[in-house]
Design a protein around this ligand. Structure first.
Ligand SMILES: [Zn+2]
Length: 74
């Protein structure tokens, strides 16, 4: 898995926890809180070369606090 350590992530807007860049199935990336599970929407990318751009978009959503809070029981 490619590392995105150079992409800055704010603390979780829900709980102040640590945000982590996640990949799913080789087609999208998103940021998820390791503590409460809040996450951004997935940002899809077509080619491997577009992944970094998608990751930056996901990070921007996260940093703008555009996250989906974990629902009860989720
Ligand atoms: Zn959180």
């Amino acid at each position: 898995m490619e590392r995105f350590d150079d992409i800055y992530l704010e603390d979780c807007p829900c709980c102040g926890g640590v945000g982590s860049m996640e990949e799913e199935g080789g087609w999208c990336v998103y940021v998820q809180c390791l503590d409460c599970g809040a996450h951004t929407s997935e940002v899809a990318y077509g080619k491997e070369i577009e992944k970094r751009e998608a990751a930056q978009k996901a990070a921007m959503n996260w940093n703008m606090r555009k996250v989906i809070a974990p629902g009860p029981g989720e």
